[in-house]
Design a protein around this ligand. Structure first.
Ligand code: NBP
Length: 484
Protein backbone atom coordinates (compact mmCIF):
# COMPACT_ATOMS: atom_id res chain seq x y z
CA UNK A 1 0.00 0.00 0.00
CA UNK A 2 2.81 2.46 0.89
CA UNK A 3 3.83 3.46 -2.59
CA UNK A 4 3.55 7.22 -2.88
CA UNK A 5 6.57 9.43 -2.22
CA UNK A 6 4.45 12.35 -1.10
CA UNK A 7 0.80 13.21 -0.41
CA UNK A 8 -0.73 16.48 -1.54
CA UNK A 9 -3.90 18.03 -0.15
CA UNK A 10 -5.57 20.83 -2.11
CA UNK A 11 -6.20 20.33 -5.79
CA UNK A 12 -6.75 23.87 -7.02
CA UNK A 13 -4.53 25.46 -9.65
CA UNK A 14 -1.27 25.30 -7.63
CA UNK A 15 -1.82 21.83 -6.18
CA UNK A 16 -2.75 20.15 -9.47
CA UNK A 17 0.22 21.62 -11.31
CA UNK A 18 2.69 20.75 -8.55
CA UNK A 19 1.43 17.16 -8.56
CA UNK A 20 1.94 16.86 -12.34
CA UNK A 21 5.39 18.42 -12.00
CA UNK A 22 6.36 16.00 -9.20
CA UNK A 23 5.06 13.09 -11.25
CA UNK A 24 7.02 14.20 -14.35
CA UNK A 25 10.10 14.06 -12.13
CA UNK A 26 9.43 10.45 -11.21
CA UNK A 27 7.65 10.86 -7.88
CA UNK A 28 4.50 8.95 -6.95
CA UNK A 29 1.90 11.31 -5.47
CA UNK A 30 -1.26 10.55 -3.47
CA UNK A 31 -3.81 13.35 -3.71
CA UNK A 32 -6.82 14.50 -1.72
CA UNK A 33 -9.21 17.44 -1.92
CA UNK A 34 -11.99 18.57 0.43
CA UNK A 35 -14.48 18.57 -2.42
CA UNK A 36 -13.85 15.00 -3.53
CA UNK A 37 -15.33 15.59 -6.97
CA UNK A 38 -12.37 17.86 -7.80
CA UNK A 39 -10.02 14.97 -7.00
CA UNK A 40 -12.01 12.67 -9.31
CA UNK A 41 -12.06 15.31 -12.07
CA UNK A 42 -8.28 15.67 -11.72
CA UNK A 43 -7.61 11.93 -11.82
CA UNK A 44 -9.87 11.50 -14.83
CA UNK A 45 -8.70 14.72 -16.48
CA UNK A 46 -5.17 16.20 -16.30
CA UNK A 47 -3.78 13.13 -14.45
CA UNK A 48 -5.39 10.55 -16.74
CA UNK A 49 -3.06 7.75 -17.75
CA UNK A 50 -0.55 8.48 -14.98
CA UNK A 51 -0.54 5.37 -12.83
CA UNK A 52 1.62 6.85 -10.07
CA UNK A 53 -0.82 9.61 -9.18
CA UNK A 54 -3.23 8.08 -6.66
CA UNK A 55 -6.62 9.66 -5.96
CA UNK A 56 -7.85 9.19 -2.38
CA UNK A 57 -11.26 9.81 -0.82
CA UNK A 58 -10.20 10.44 2.77
CA UNK A 59 -7.20 11.78 4.62
CA UNK A 60 -6.70 8.41 6.31
CA UNK A 61 -6.51 6.75 2.90
CA UNK A 62 -4.06 9.43 1.69
CA UNK A 63 -1.73 8.90 4.64
CA UNK A 64 -1.94 5.11 4.30
CA UNK A 65 -0.51 5.37 0.78
CA UNK A 66 2.68 7.15 1.86
CA UNK A 67 6.21 5.81 2.25
CA UNK A 68 7.94 6.62 5.55
CA UNK A 69 8.76 9.20 6.73
CA UNK A 70 5.42 10.35 5.47
CA UNK A 71 5.46 13.64 3.61
CA UNK A 72 2.13 15.49 3.46
CA UNK A 73 2.02 18.77 1.54
CA UNK A 74 -0.86 21.26 1.94
CA UNK A 75 -1.66 23.52 -1.02
CA UNK A 76 -4.78 25.15 0.40
CA UNK A 77 -6.11 28.57 1.25
CA UNK A 78 -3.88 30.18 3.90
CA UNK A 79 -5.17 30.78 7.43
CA UNK A 80 -7.49 28.59 9.50
CA UNK A 81 -7.87 26.06 6.68
CA UNK A 82 -4.22 25.05 7.16
CA UNK A 83 -4.73 24.44 10.91
CA UNK A 84 -7.89 22.54 10.12
CA UNK A 85 -6.04 20.14 7.79
CA UNK A 86 -3.12 19.75 10.20
CA UNK A 87 -5.63 18.66 12.87
CA UNK A 88 -7.16 16.17 10.43
CA UNK A 89 -3.84 14.67 9.33
CA UNK A 90 -2.21 14.44 12.77
CA UNK A 91 -4.05 11.36 14.11
CA UNK A 92 -2.61 9.28 11.25
CA UNK A 93 1.01 10.45 11.51
CA UNK A 94 3.92 9.12 13.56
CA UNK A 95 6.96 10.78 15.07
CA UNK A 96 9.35 11.94 12.36
CA UNK A 97 6.65 12.41 9.71
CA UNK A 98 6.59 15.69 7.83
CA UNK A 99 3.88 18.27 7.14
CA UNK A 100 4.68 20.87 4.49
CA UNK A 101 2.55 23.99 4.07
CA UNK A 102 3.18 25.30 0.55
CA UNK A 103 0.54 28.05 0.61
CA UNK A 104 0.98 31.77 1.23
CA UNK A 105 0.79 31.52 5.01
CA UNK A 106 1.65 34.45 7.25
CA UNK A 107 5.02 33.73 8.91
CA UNK A 108 3.84 34.07 12.56
CA UNK A 109 1.43 31.19 11.84
CA UNK A 110 4.33 29.11 10.52
CA UNK A 111 6.43 30.00 13.58
CA UNK A 112 3.60 28.74 15.76
CA UNK A 113 2.98 25.57 13.71
CA UNK A 114 6.68 24.65 13.63
CA UNK A 115 6.79 24.93 17.43
CA UNK A 116 3.57 23.11 18.29
CA UNK A 117 4.18 20.29 15.81
CA UNK A 118 7.78 19.84 17.03
CA UNK A 119 6.33 19.23 20.52
CA UNK A 120 4.35 16.35 18.98
CA UNK A 121 7.41 14.96 17.16
CA UNK A 122 6.12 16.08 13.75
CA UNK A 123 8.49 18.00 11.47
CA UNK A 124 6.90 21.11 9.97
CA UNK A 125 8.03 22.89 6.84
CA UNK A 126 6.60 26.24 5.75
CA UNK A 127 7.53 26.62 2.11
CA UNK A 128 6.88 29.72 0.04
CA UNK A 129 6.11 28.75 -3.55
CA UNK A 130 6.20 31.37 -6.29
CA UNK A 131 5.61 31.33 -10.02
CA UNK A 132 1.84 30.95 -10.31
CA UNK A 133 0.28 28.24 -12.45
CA UNK A 134 3.07 28.04 -15.03
CA UNK A 135 5.75 27.98 -12.33
CA UNK A 136 4.02 25.20 -10.42
CA UNK A 137 3.80 23.12 -13.58
CA UNK A 138 7.22 23.77 -15.12
CA UNK A 139 9.37 24.81 -12.16
CA UNK A 140 8.58 27.25 -9.36
CA UNK A 141 10.87 29.06 -6.98
CA UNK A 142 10.51 27.30 -3.62
CA UNK A 143 11.58 28.79 -0.29
CA UNK A 144 11.40 26.10 2.43
CA UNK A 145 11.98 26.84 6.10
CA UNK A 146 10.97 25.26 9.41
CA UNK A 147 12.29 22.13 11.04
CA UNK A 148 15.69 21.48 9.45
CA UNK A 149 15.55 17.77 10.33
CA UNK A 150 12.97 17.41 7.54
CA UNK A 151 15.15 18.98 4.85
CA UNK A 152 17.09 15.84 3.80
CA UNK A 153 13.77 14.04 3.27
CA UNK A 154 12.28 16.69 0.97
CA UNK A 155 15.38 18.21 -0.63
CA UNK A 156 15.43 15.97 -3.72
CA UNK A 157 11.73 16.32 -4.51
CA UNK A 158 11.78 20.10 -4.06
CA UNK A 159 15.00 20.71 -5.95
CA UNK A 160 13.93 18.39 -8.78
CA UNK A 161 10.62 20.17 -9.35
CA UNK A 162 11.94 23.72 -8.88
CA UNK A 163 13.05 26.13 -11.58
CA UNK A 164 16.72 26.09 -12.60
CA UNK A 165 19.05 28.94 -13.45
CA UNK A 166 20.96 28.98 -16.79
CA UNK A 167 23.77 27.22 -14.96
CA UNK A 168 21.32 24.55 -13.79
CA UNK A 169 21.24 25.54 -10.13
CA UNK A 170 17.93 24.78 -8.39
CA UNK A 171 15.86 27.83 -7.40
CA UNK A 172 15.18 26.15 -4.06
CA UNK A 173 17.38 25.84 -1.02
CA UNK A 174 17.01 25.63 2.72
CA UNK A 175 16.06 29.06 4.09
CA UNK A 176 16.15 28.67 7.88
CA UNK A 177 14.20 27.84 11.03
CA UNK A 178 10.53 28.33 11.91
CA UNK A 179 8.57 30.62 9.59
CA UNK A 180 11.63 31.98 7.76
CA UNK A 181 10.63 30.34 4.46
CA UNK A 182 7.29 32.07 4.54
CA UNK A 183 8.95 35.31 5.69
CA UNK A 184 11.27 35.28 2.67
CA UNK A 185 8.31 34.51 0.41
CA UNK A 186 6.43 37.44 1.98
CA UNK A 187 9.32 39.81 1.25
CA UNK A 188 9.48 38.38 -2.28
CA UNK A 189 5.82 39.31 -2.73
CA UNK A 190 6.40 42.78 -1.24
CA UNK A 191 9.22 43.33 -3.72
CA UNK A 192 6.86 42.14 -6.45
CA UNK A 193 4.40 44.89 -5.41
CA UNK A 194 7.25 47.43 -5.70
CA UNK A 195 8.46 46.21 -9.11
CA UNK A 196 4.90 46.26 -10.47
CA UNK A 197 4.19 49.78 -9.19
CA UNK A 198 7.47 51.07 -10.66
CA UNK A 199 6.50 49.65 -14.04
CA UNK A 200 3.03 51.22 -13.66
CA UNK A 201 4.60 54.63 -13.05
CA UNK A 202 6.84 54.23 -16.13
CA UNK A 203 3.75 53.29 -18.17
CA UNK A 204 1.87 56.40 -17.04
CA UNK A 205 4.86 58.65 -17.79
CA UNK A 206 5.18 57.15 -21.29
CA UNK A 207 1.44 57.27 -22.01
CA UNK A 208 0.21 60.45 -20.34
CA UNK A 209 3.49 62.38 -20.06
CA UNK A 210 5.06 61.64 -23.42
CA UNK A 211 1.94 60.65 -25.36
CA UNK A 212 3.29 57.35 -26.72
CA UNK A 213 0.93 54.90 -28.45
CA UNK A 214 0.60 51.24 -27.42
CA UNK A 215 2.78 49.96 -30.30
CA UNK A 216 5.44 52.51 -29.32
CA UNK A 217 5.28 51.49 -25.64
CA UNK A 218 5.45 47.84 -26.68
CA UNK A 219 8.69 48.66 -28.55
CA UNK A 220 10.13 50.55 -25.57
CA UNK A 221 9.45 47.66 -23.17
CA UNK A 222 10.88 45.18 -25.72
CA UNK A 223 14.09 47.19 -25.78
CA UNK A 224 14.19 47.54 -21.99
CA UNK A 225 13.87 43.79 -21.69
CA UNK A 226 17.14 43.38 -23.56
CA UNK A 227 19.07 45.58 -21.13
CA UNK A 228 19.68 45.58 -17.37
CA UNK A 229 15.92 45.60 -16.66
CA UNK A 230 15.56 42.16 -18.31
CA UNK A 231 12.92 40.44 -16.18
CA UNK A 232 9.69 38.47 -16.24
CA UNK A 233 7.58 41.50 -15.24
CA UNK A 234 9.04 43.75 -17.99
CA UNK A 235 8.52 40.89 -20.45
CA UNK A 236 4.84 40.33 -19.61
CA UNK A 237 4.23 44.12 -19.60
CA UNK A 238 5.68 44.24 -23.13
CA UNK A 239 3.18 41.56 -24.17
CA UNK A 240 0.23 43.07 -22.28
CA UNK A 241 0.82 46.41 -24.06
CA UNK A 242 0.52 44.61 -27.39
CA UNK A 243 -2.62 42.61 -26.55
CA UNK A 244 -5.82 43.65 -28.34
CA UNK A 245 -9.39 42.81 -27.37
CA UNK A 246 -11.69 41.23 -29.97
CA UNK A 247 -12.71 44.70 -31.24
CA UNK A 248 -9.09 45.69 -31.88
CA UNK A 249 -8.82 48.02 -28.87
CA UNK A 250 -5.84 47.43 -26.55
CA UNK A 251 -7.29 45.38 -23.69
CA UNK A 252 -5.37 47.15 -20.93
CA UNK A 253 -7.22 50.40 -21.86
CA UNK A 254 -10.49 48.70 -20.92
CA UNK A 255 -9.38 47.31 -17.53
CA UNK A 256 -10.69 49.12 -14.45
CA UNK A 257 -7.86 51.01 -12.74
CA UNK A 258 -8.56 49.69 -9.24
CA UNK A 259 -5.88 47.31 -7.94
CA UNK A 260 -6.61 44.30 -5.76
CA UNK A 261 -4.29 42.80 -3.15
CA UNK A 262 -4.23 39.64 -1.07
CA UNK A 263 -2.18 40.87 1.87
CA UNK A 264 1.45 39.88 1.40
CA UNK A 265 2.54 43.43 0.48
CA UNK A 266 0.70 44.78 3.51
CA UNK A 267 2.29 42.13 5.76
CA UNK A 268 5.72 43.17 4.49
CA UNK A 269 4.93 46.80 5.31
CA UNK A 270 3.64 45.87 8.77
CA UNK A 271 6.74 43.79 9.49
CA UNK A 272 8.95 46.69 8.35
CA UNK A 273 7.11 49.06 10.72
CA UNK A 274 7.34 46.52 13.55
CA UNK A 275 11.08 46.08 13.05
CA UNK A 276 11.75 49.78 12.36
CA UNK A 277 13.26 49.21 8.93
CA UNK A 278 12.64 51.94 6.30
CA UNK A 279 11.07 49.79 3.59
CA UNK A 280 9.54 52.85 1.98
CA UNK A 281 9.21 51.63 -1.58
CA UNK A 282 7.07 48.59 -0.82
CA UNK A 283 5.03 50.74 1.57
CA UNK A 284 4.35 53.28 -1.20
CA UNK A 285 3.47 50.46 -3.60
CA UNK A 286 0.86 49.11 -1.16
CA UNK A 287 -0.58 52.59 -0.58
CA UNK A 288 -0.64 53.23 -4.35
CA UNK A 289 -2.90 50.17 -4.69
CA UNK A 290 -5.08 51.53 -1.86
CA UNK A 291 -5.35 54.92 -3.62
CA UNK A 292 -6.23 53.22 -6.90
CA UNK A 293 -8.96 51.25 -5.13
CA UNK A 294 -10.92 54.38 -4.12
CA UNK A 295 -11.90 54.80 -7.74
CA UNK A 296 -15.29 56.46 -7.15
CA UNK A 297 -13.79 59.06 -4.84
CA UNK A 298 -10.99 59.76 -7.32
CA UNK A 299 -13.53 60.17 -10.09
CA UNK A 300 -15.34 62.80 -8.05
CA UNK A 301 -12.10 64.56 -7.08
CA UNK A 302 -10.90 64.59 -10.69
CA UNK A 303 -13.81 66.88 -11.57
CA UNK A 304 -12.91 69.37 -8.83
CA UNK A 305 -9.14 69.27 -8.36
CA UNK A 306 -7.05 70.26 -11.36
CA UNK A 307 -3.31 69.69 -11.88
CA UNK A 308 -0.64 71.97 -13.34
CA UNK A 309 -1.84 71.59 -16.96
CA UNK A 310 1.76 71.46 -18.20
CA UNK A 311 2.70 69.52 -21.35
CA UNK A 312 6.00 67.70 -21.89
CA UNK A 313 8.48 69.63 -23.99
CA UNK A 314 11.91 68.33 -24.80
CA UNK A 315 13.65 65.31 -26.23
CA UNK A 316 11.35 62.34 -25.84
CA UNK A 317 13.95 59.67 -26.60
CA UNK A 318 16.37 61.03 -24.05
CA UNK A 319 13.55 61.07 -21.46
CA UNK A 320 12.74 57.43 -22.28
CA UNK A 321 16.40 56.59 -21.62
CA UNK A 322 16.14 58.47 -18.32
CA UNK A 323 13.07 56.44 -17.32
CA UNK A 324 14.94 53.19 -18.00
CA UNK A 325 17.79 54.30 -15.72
CA UNK A 326 15.36 55.62 -13.12
CA UNK A 327 13.63 52.22 -13.01
CA UNK A 328 16.94 50.46 -12.45
CA UNK A 329 17.92 52.90 -9.70
CA UNK A 330 14.60 52.51 -7.90
CA UNK A 331 14.70 48.74 -8.24
CA UNK A 332 18.10 48.69 -6.57
CA UNK A 333 16.70 50.78 -3.69
CA UNK A 334 13.71 48.45 -3.34
CA UNK A 335 15.86 45.31 -3.16
CA UNK A 336 18.27 47.08 -0.82
CA UNK A 337 15.34 47.78 1.52
CA UNK A 338 13.96 44.24 1.17
CA UNK A 339 17.30 42.68 2.12
CA UNK A 340 17.69 45.17 5.02
CA UNK A 341 14.32 43.93 6.26
CA UNK A 342 15.31 40.26 6.03
CA UNK A 343 18.55 40.99 7.92
CA UNK A 344 16.63 42.63 10.74
CA UNK A 345 14.01 39.86 10.83
CA UNK A 346 16.80 37.28 10.98
CA UNK A 347 18.33 39.11 13.94
CA UNK A 348 14.98 39.41 15.70
CA UNK A 349 14.03 35.73 15.19
CA UNK A 350 17.53 34.21 15.47
CA UNK A 351 17.41 32.90 11.90
CA UNK A 352 20.60 32.35 9.93
CA UNK A 353 19.70 33.50 6.44
CA UNK A 354 21.93 33.09 3.42
CA UNK A 355 21.22 36.18 1.29
CA UNK A 356 23.11 34.95 -1.78
CA UNK A 357 21.06 31.79 -1.78
CA UNK A 358 17.82 33.79 -1.39
CA UNK A 359 18.79 35.84 -4.48
CA UNK A 360 19.48 32.57 -6.28
CA UNK A 361 16.06 31.14 -5.31
CA UNK A 362 14.44 34.24 -6.85
CA UNK A 363 16.62 34.02 -9.95
CA UNK A 364 14.23 31.68 -11.77
CA UNK A 365 10.64 30.43 -11.62
CA UNK A 366 9.16 33.27 -9.60
CA UNK A 367 7.40 36.49 -10.55
CA UNK A 368 10.35 38.78 -9.73
CA UNK A 369 12.88 36.67 -11.63
CA UNK A 370 15.38 38.85 -13.43
CA UNK A 371 18.95 39.09 -14.67
CA UNK A 372 19.49 41.68 -11.92
CA UNK A 373 19.15 39.04 -9.16
CA UNK A 374 22.31 37.41 -10.48
CA UNK A 375 24.15 40.63 -9.52
CA UNK A 376 22.65 40.49 -6.02
CA UNK A 377 23.86 36.93 -5.63
CA UNK A 378 27.36 37.98 -6.73
CA UNK A 379 27.33 40.84 -4.19
CA UNK A 380 26.44 38.51 -1.28
CA UNK A 381 28.82 35.80 -2.49
CA UNK A 382 31.61 38.40 -2.38
CA UNK A 383 30.57 39.59 1.07
CA UNK A 384 27.96 37.52 2.97
CA UNK A 385 27.93 40.17 5.72
CA UNK A 386 27.14 43.04 3.32
CA UNK A 387 25.13 45.62 5.30
CA UNK A 388 23.46 47.16 2.31
CA UNK A 389 23.43 46.45 -1.41
CA UNK A 390 24.18 50.14 -1.97
CA UNK A 391 27.62 49.57 -0.44
CA UNK A 392 28.50 46.87 -2.99
CA UNK A 393 30.79 48.22 -5.74
CA UNK A 394 28.57 47.19 -8.64
CA UNK A 395 25.36 48.64 -7.18
CA UNK A 396 27.12 51.74 -5.88
CA UNK A 397 28.41 52.49 -9.39
CA UNK A 398 24.98 51.95 -10.97
CA UNK A 399 23.14 54.23 -8.54
CA UNK A 400 25.78 56.94 -8.77
CA UNK A 401 25.64 56.77 -12.55
CA UNK A 402 21.84 56.75 -12.78
CA UNK A 403 20.84 59.19 -10.03
CA UNK A 404 20.89 62.14 -12.48
CA UNK A 405 18.35 60.36 -14.68
CA UNK A 406 16.08 59.60 -11.72
CA UNK A 407 16.26 63.21 -10.49
CA UNK A 408 15.22 64.45 -13.97
CA UNK A 409 12.37 61.93 -14.18
CA UNK A 410 10.99 62.74 -10.71
CA UNK A 411 11.33 66.50 -11.29
CA UNK A 412 9.54 66.26 -14.64
CA UNK A 413 6.79 64.05 -13.20
CA UNK A 414 6.22 66.61 -10.45
CA UNK A 415 6.03 69.40 -13.08
CA UNK A 416 3.59 67.40 -15.20
CA UNK A 417 1.47 66.38 -12.20
CA UNK A 418 1.98 62.63 -12.75
CA UNK A 419 2.15 60.65 -9.48
CA UNK A 420 5.38 58.66 -9.09
CA UNK A 421 5.28 57.53 -5.44
CA UNK A 422 7.75 54.65 -5.73
CA UNK A 423 10.21 56.43 -8.04
CA UNK A 424 10.25 59.47 -5.77
CA UNK A 425 10.52 57.53 -2.52
CA UNK A 426 13.55 55.69 -3.89
CA UNK A 427 15.25 59.05 -4.35
CA UNK A 428 14.21 60.30 -0.91
CA UNK A 429 15.59 57.11 0.66
CA UNK A 430 18.85 57.44 -1.24
CA UNK A 431 19.29 61.09 -0.25
CA UNK A 432 18.50 60.24 3.36
CA UNK A 433 20.70 57.15 3.48
CA UNK A 434 23.72 59.01 2.09
CA UNK A 435 23.30 61.96 4.53
CA UNK A 436 25.74 62.27 7.36
CA UNK A 437 23.31 64.62 9.09
CA UNK A 438 19.53 64.59 8.93
CA UNK A 439 17.16 67.05 10.62
CA UNK A 440 16.41 64.55 13.38
CA UNK A 441 18.35 66.79 15.79
CA UNK A 442 15.50 69.30 15.52
CA UNK A 443 12.98 66.50 15.94
CA UNK A 444 14.70 65.39 19.15
CA UNK A 445 14.67 68.99 20.38
CA UNK A 446 10.92 69.19 19.70
CA UNK A 447 10.30 65.91 21.52
CA UNK A 448 12.28 67.12 24.49
CA UNK A 449 10.54 70.54 24.38
CA UNK A 450 6.98 69.23 24.55
CA UNK A 451 7.39 65.88 26.30
CA UNK A 452 10.75 65.89 28.13
CA UNK A 453 11.72 62.88 26.01
CA UNK A 454 15.47 63.74 26.32
CA UNK A 455 18.15 63.78 23.61
CA UNK A 456 21.73 62.65 23.08
CA UNK A 457 24.44 65.17 22.17
CA UNK A 458 27.10 65.10 19.45
CA UNK A 459 29.67 66.37 21.95
CA UNK A 460 28.95 63.63 24.53
CA UNK A 461 29.22 59.80 24.35
CA UNK A 462 26.22 57.86 22.97
CA UNK A 463 23.93 56.56 25.69
CA UNK A 464 23.97 59.71 27.82
CA UNK A 465 20.61 61.45 27.74
CA UNK A 466 19.93 65.13 28.43
CA UNK A 467 16.84 67.15 29.15
CA UNK A 468 16.60 70.91 28.82
CA UNK A 469 14.04 73.15 30.44
CA UNK A 470 13.38 74.96 27.12
CA UNK A 471 10.83 77.50 28.38
CA UNK A 472 12.10 78.10 31.86
CA UNK A 473 8.60 77.07 33.01
CA UNK A 474 8.89 73.29 32.90
CA UNK A 475 10.38 71.14 35.63
CA UNK A 476 13.58 69.12 35.50
CA UNK A 477 11.86 65.71 35.48
CA UNK A 478 12.33 63.89 32.17
CA UNK A 479 10.38 61.07 30.53
CA UNK A 480 11.88 57.54 30.50
CA UNK A 481 14.09 56.88 27.50
CA UNK A 482 13.07 53.91 25.37
CA UNK A 483 12.28 53.24 21.72
CA UNK A 484 9.33 51.23 20.50
P1 NBP B 1 -6.78 28.40 -3.35
O1 NBP B 1 -6.02 29.41 -2.57
O2 NBP B 1 -7.98 28.85 -4.10
O3 NBP B 1 -7.18 27.18 -2.37
C1 NBP B 1 -7.93 26.11 -2.88
C2 NBP B 1 -7.87 24.91 -1.98
O4 NBP B 1 -8.23 25.26 -0.66
C3 NBP B 1 -8.87 23.87 -2.45
O5 NBP B 1 -8.35 22.60 -2.20
C4 NBP B 1 -10.06 24.14 -1.55
O6 NBP B 1 -10.89 23.03 -1.38
C5 NBP B 1 -9.35 24.45 -0.27
N1 NBP B 1 -10.22 25.15 0.68
C6 NBP B 1 -10.74 26.39 0.67
BR1 NBP B 1 -10.52 27.61 -0.68
N2 NBP B 1 -11.50 26.67 1.73
C7 NBP B 1 -11.46 25.56 2.47
C8 NBP B 1 -12.03 25.22 3.70
N3 NBP B 1 -12.78 26.08 4.39
N4 NBP B 1 -11.82 23.98 4.19
C9 NBP B 1 -11.07 23.11 3.49
N5 NBP B 1 -10.48 23.37 2.31
C10 NBP B 1 -10.67 24.59 1.79
O7 NBP B 1 -5.83 27.63 -4.39
P2 NBP B 1 -4.49 28.02 -5.13
O8 NBP B 1 -4.64 29.30 -5.91
O9 NBP B 1 -4.08 26.78 -5.84
O10 NBP B 1 -3.46 28.31 -3.95
C11 NBP B 1 -3.10 27.36 -2.96
C12 NBP B 1 -2.17 28.03 -1.99
O11 NBP B 1 -1.00 28.49 -2.70
C13 NBP B 1 -2.75 29.29 -1.34
O12 NBP B 1 -2.25 29.43 -0.04
C14 NBP B 1 -2.21 30.42 -2.20
O13 NBP B 1 -2.13 31.64 -1.52
C15 NBP B 1 -0.84 29.89 -2.56
N6 NBP B 1 -0.28 30.40 -3.83
C16 NBP B 1 -1.07 30.63 -4.90
C17 NBP B 1 -0.51 31.09 -6.10
C18 NBP B 1 -1.35 31.36 -7.32
O14 NBP B 1 -0.81 31.91 -8.28
N7 NBP B 1 -2.62 30.97 -7.34
C19 NBP B 1 0.87 31.29 -6.16
C20 NBP B 1 1.66 31.00 -5.04
C21 NBP B 1 1.08 30.55 -3.87
P3 NBP B 1 -12.25 22.91 -2.24
O15 NBP B 1 -11.81 22.52 -3.61
O16 NBP B 1 -13.00 21.87 -1.55
O17 NBP B 1 -12.91 24.26 -2.21
Amino acid sequence: MSKADIGLIGLAVMGQNLVLNMNDNGYGVAVYNRTVQKMTDFIEGPAKGRDTIYGTQTIEELVSMLKRPRRVMLMVKAGEVVDHFIEQVLPFLEEGDIIIDGGNSHFPDSNRRAKTLAEKGILFIGAGVSGGEEGARRGPSIMPGGNEKAWPAIKDIFQDISAKTETNEACCDWVGNDGSGHYVKMVHNGIEYGDMQLIGEAYQLLKDGLGFSYPEMHEIFSKWNEGPLDSYLIEITRDILNFKDEDGVYLVEKILDSAGQKGTGKWTGISALDLGVPVTLIGEAVFARCLSAIKDERLEASKILSGPGVKFEGDKQSFVNDIEKALLFAKIISYTQGFMLMREAAKENSWTLNYGSIALMWRGGCIIRSAFLGKIKEAYDKNPELKSLLLDDYFKDVVLESQGALRRVVAKAVELGIPVPTLSTSLAFFDGYRSERLPANLLQAQRDYFGAHTYERLDKPRGQFFHTNWTGKGGNVSSSTYDV
